[in-house]
Design a protein around this ligand. Structure first.
Ligand code: ATP
Ligand code: MG
Length: 476
């Protein structure tokens, strides 16, 4: 393992710096706007309550205008008898005493009675009401509260009302009852709406705060940060998206780190050996020795080449998570061909392919480009570790297709069977040290199988060595 590399520090800082600047692009809006819960609440409250009041008043106005004609007519009919009786009483007396008489009658009524000159009403009444008055009908002022009726053919007019106003002098300077009721109703509506809004907005705000904190932590390079489960339905999808984004960023950063640490570590040995060989070259004139050193350097260059190749392959599967392109293959033939293509590498070994357990002409879906990477890595390992025999077999387990690669080598201890799939992991046995490699082959195989929605696992082989199994859904 290579986790303690001194280069790891700077690689880590670089990758965190990159992520930090990525997050910062999205953050200033959050950081700058000091938006508090109370501010959000009041803005929202004013907006909603304001629109509500405006709507209610408009509706009230429209309805009362539409109703005015009806209520005026109703009031006219209701008061006609009373007015006629009052006038009959007046007509029984001479005109000069009408003023006095109306005052005596007025005391018996709960609303005001009076007499005015017709001429004074031109400005108080609308033209249509003036016409009504002149035609001998009852005229009503625009509040629907005072009634006027001409006294016979005289220039005097009987005034009845205001009907709604109280005669109690203590109450006249106070707010009218209707207005007080309205104020009370609106205050109650305002308070209830405020409470409801508060209880609705508080969880939303808390979720937003949690999101903001998470975004800030991520921006500061803490890739472990996750947003807690959202209380409000409104924010839940946002917080889920944020968390999966954080997950992905963390994974990318981990791969980036792992790769850069691993590669820089692996580069050291061949480079150090090449430097040593170069120094030796300058010091020797022996052609045989020079030849040997050239050979050494060439082998190191090959090793570097291989390292870069494998790392790029791993990075591609790990970092880019390419979309799988499935195609259906005749599985037994495909497997035999793939094994054949690498058979030369294990010349001295017995290599058998067994597809007898499979149904005839079985077709399986796989990514023709990616799957060979997985299989070849298993075979290459088997070539390195097998003593004499390698056996490749396949079976169908329900809907899943399984490929086993077995060998008769030293095997893998049970406690290491998961660990060997991590990138840059190599077991440290004398056999492992003599075979060379970077510990990337199995990591690549696992990524390829993840791409297929399947798995790559290690076990003990019936032959005595290691068994590696690739499994995925035969129909995608
Ligand atoms: P690379 O594949 O990058 O060239 P590698 O073969 O060492 O290097 P992996 O293929 O990932 O890397 O294997 C990881 C480790 O698992 C090996 O170093 C070895 O210790 C162990 N291993 C893999 N295959 C076998 C096997 N068939 N038998 C015993 N041990 C194995
Ligand atoms: Mg390998």
């Amino acid at each position: 393992m290579t986790g303690t590399d001194p280069d790891a520090g700077s690689a880590r800082e670089r990758s965190q710096g990159l992520a930090r600047s990525l997050f910062r692009v999205a953050l200033p809006r959050w950081r700058g706007g000091r938006y508090s819960l109370s501010k959000l609440f009041f803005n929202f409250y004013l907006l909603a309550m304001g629109s509500f009041v405006a709507i209610a008043f408009t509706a009230d106005l429209v309805i009362s205008t539409a109703q005015r004609g009806i209520t005026d007519d109703y009031a006219r009919r209701f008061m006609r008898g009373t007015i006629t009786l009052i006038e009959d009483e007046l007509f029984r007396h001479p005109r000069s005493s009408w003023e006095k008489k109306i005052q005596t009658i007025d005391e018996k009524f709960s609303y005001k009675l009076g007499i005015v000159e017709r001429i004074t009403l031109d400005r108080k009444l609308t033209p249509s009401q003036v016409d009504k008055l002149d035609a001998g009908d009852i005229a009503i002022d625009h509040d629907g509260d005072i009634m006027y009726h001409r006294l016979g053919t005289s220039s005097l007019v009987l005034v009845v009302g205001p009907l709604a106003a109280s005669r109690n002098p203590e109450q006249t300077d106070r707010l009218p009852l209707e207005l007080r009721l309205r104020l009370l109703t609106w205050s109650l509506i305002g308070v209830i709406f405020g409470i409801a809004l508060w209880f609705w907005i508080r969880p939303v705000w808390r979720d937003l705060e949690a999101l903001r904190q998470t975004a800030r932590d991520l921006g500061d390079g803490d890739f472990e940060a996750r947003s807690p489960a959202a209380r409000s339905q409104l924010i839940a999808p946002l917080s889920d998206t944020m968390n999966s984004m954080a997950e992905r960023v963390q994974q990318l950063m981990a791969t980036h780190r792992e790769l850069s640490c691993g590669i820089s570590h692996e580069l050291r040995t061949p480079i150090a050996r090449m430097r040593f060989a170069l120094e030796m070259l300058t010091e020797t004139d022996d052609p045989a020795e020079r030849e040997r050193l050239w050979g050494m350097m060439e082998a190191d260059l090959d090793e570097l080449d291989h390292l870069i190749d494998t790392s790029l392959t791993y990075a591609r599967f790990e970092r880019e998570a390419p979309e799988p392109h499935f195609s259906s293959v005749r599985f037994a033939d495909w497997l035999a061909d793939e094994v054949e293509s690498v058979r030369l590498l294990g010349r001295d070994l017995e290599l058998a392919v067994d597809t007898s357990q499979l149904p005839e002409n079985l077709a399986v879906d796989l990514d023709r480009k990616a799957m060979p990477y997985a299989l070849r890595n298993l075979l290459r390992n088997a070539f390195k570790y097998a003593a004499r025999q390698i056996r490749v077999s396949a079976e169908l387990d329900g809907e899943r297709i399984l490929i086993h690669v077995d060998d008769d080598g030293i095997g893998i201890p049970p406690e290491e069977r998961e660990h060997v799939f991590s990138a840059f992991t190599r077991l440290d046995r004398s056999r492992d040290r003599s075979t060379g490699g970077y510990g990337l082959g199995l990591a690549i195989a696992r990524r390829v199988l993840e791409l297929h929605g399947g798995s790559a696992t290690a076990d003990a082989a019936p032959l005595g060595g290691a068994r590696f199994t690739l499994a995925w859904q035969a129909r995608q």
